[in-house]
Design a protein around this ligand. Structure first.
Ligand code: NAD
Length: 442
């Protein structure tokens, strides 16, 4: 497997604006819901900070013989409901605060989806674009050597994230098994299917978003067969979202992508509906669609964020964070009734306020894209029992989990007359707080 080829495109969005602290933002979100839930002081103190943090040096002999010391992290935000779960990122601008925020969000995501796992996140400060495959392998093995005692199938289960792939997961698993002297495929998820990965993982995030959307449309009395959607992005999440939504009878009129060559975005529009399969044939491995070929297939190609300005019922930002902001939220057409977040953090809190005031239902990221982690949980269960399910079984269980999670949140939002994201946070935070109390921690 060519690791370099597998590297995800480094999106400009990954570089945070100066002064932005994601951990402070995660704590502010938590404090607001903690007030609503009237959480006691010790519980707040416990949940607004990680339970454990590890920061360590990873010395590597580079290909040129020189030793370089990298910095690695693992943050375990909370494991009251089960082993921690969360990705490992390779990024030159990685900070402990980013890792802390992401670990906290994983705790809420696992809780809202009701899987028996907690939240974790890890990373190494590095730019894999400047590292050979051998150097990356050494980094993965070096990372495990420092943390092997504190992770494991019953403690903390890593997964791929920004710029890490299935190959990195296998190196980590192999080193862990060498250290511990056993076979532990349940240590890690995101493995290739041939070595303990789960069928259905590729489709999971996009499909699970559509399971929620299907139920939401029923609740809003919108006929899916007559509904239209516009999607930002044409990567993993966007494609499988478009595929299943179309299969259910919906029409996706537009998708969009980042054009690496031109450093700009383009939207691809077809009134009678895009065809995922034909577009996939003219899309590169980074999710960039070939403009000329698309025009030949009858698509109208618009420069910029036109995907946002179509007269549709549903908007699905499934590319990157901060894509619907106070700058562009008023360009959204009055026809839009639902914004469902495939990406992480695509709608800023201020833009969400505007949308909610206009009567738009906004389904937050940590509910809408939880299908990925639910399927990773299924992978872990299969790996631990060393018995693997069919794709239909995986997707059937995924549908049940997501449908249940949606209705719990939806019912609470209706009962309390609150927005969906608040209801989702309330459910997640109370579940984790209850688990801490039941264990006698607070
Ligand atoms: P991907 O790399 O497969 O695809 C990203 C797509 O977004 C590409 O088509 C790219 O061209 C497009 N894009 C990038 N910048 C853009 C811009 N400015 N305007 C329009 N399009 C742009 O990524 P993915 O795996 O589909 O993930 C998308 C988002 O969903 C990310 O926020 C990711 O963190 C989140 N997410 C993914 C999963 C998963 O299982 N893949 C799970 C949970 C959350």
């Amino acid at each position: 497997m060519q690791v370099k080829q597998e590297l995800k495109q480094v999106k400009s969005s990954v570089v945070k604006p100066e002064g932005f602290n994601p951990f402070k933002m995660a704590q502010t979100q938590f404090d607001r819901i903690a007030d609503t839930l009237n959480l006691d002081e010790p519980t707040r103190e416990l949940l607004r900070n990680p339970l454990r943090e590890y920061s360590f040096a990873i010395p590597i002999r580079m290909d040129d013989g020189i030793i370089k010391v990298f910095r690695g992290f693992r943050v375990q935000h909370n494991d009251a409901r089960g082993p921690c779960k969360g990705g490992i990122r390779f990024h030159p601008q990685e900070t402990i605060d980013t890792v802390r925020a992401l670990a906290m969000w994983m705790t809420w995501k696992c809780a809202v989806a009701d899987i028996p796992l907690g939240g974790g996140k890890g990373g190494i400060i590095c730019d894999p674009h400047n590292l050979s495959e051998r150097e990356q392998e050494k980094l993965c093995r070096g990372w495990v050597r420092q943390i092997a005692r504190d992770i494991g199938p019953t403690r903390d289960v890593p997964a791929p994230d920004v710029m890490t792939s299935g190959q990195h997961m296998l190196w980590i698993m192999d080193e862990y098994e060498t250290i511990t002297g056993g076979q532990y495929p349940g240590l890690i998820t995101g493995k290739p299917v041939e070595l303990g990965g789960s069928l259905g993982r590729t489709e999971a995030t996009g499909y699970a978003l559509v399971y929620i959307l299907r139920e939401l449309l029923k609740e809003l009395k919108i006929d899916i067969n007559k509904s239209t959607a516009s999607i930002q992005g044409f990567g993993n999440v966007a494609r499988y979202t478009a595929e299943l939504y179309t299969e259910y009878g919906g029409t996706v009129v537009s998708v969009s992508c980042w054009d690496q060559g031109e450093s700009t975005t383009y939207s691809y529009y077809k009134e009678k509906g895009i065809n995922v399969k034909e577009l996939e044939k003219i899309t590169d491995r980074f999710g960039t669609i070939d403009k000329k070929e698309a025009e030949k297939l009858g698509y109208t190609v618009y420069p910029g964020d036109e995907w946002l300005r179509h007269d549709v019922d549903i908007l699905i930002p499934a590319a990157l964070e901060n894509s619907i902001t106070t700058e562009n939220v008023n360009q959204i057409k009055p026809s839009v009734k639902v914004v469902i977040c495939g990406a992480n953090g695509p709608v800023t809190p201020e833009a969400e306020d505007v949308l909610v005031k206009k009567g738009v239902t906004v389904i937050p990221d940590f509910l809408a894209n939880a299908g990925g982690v639910v399927c990773s949980y299924f992978e872990q269960v299969q790996s631990n029992q060393n018995y693997y399910w069919t794709k239909e079984e995986v997707l059937g269980k995924l549908d049940n989990k997501m449908t249940d999670a949606f209705y719990k949140v939806w019912e609470l939002a209706k009962r309390k007359k609150i927005r969906v994201s608040d209801a989702a946070y309330m459910i997640a935070i109370s579940k984790v707080a209850d688990a801490c109390k039941m264990r006698g921690w607070v």
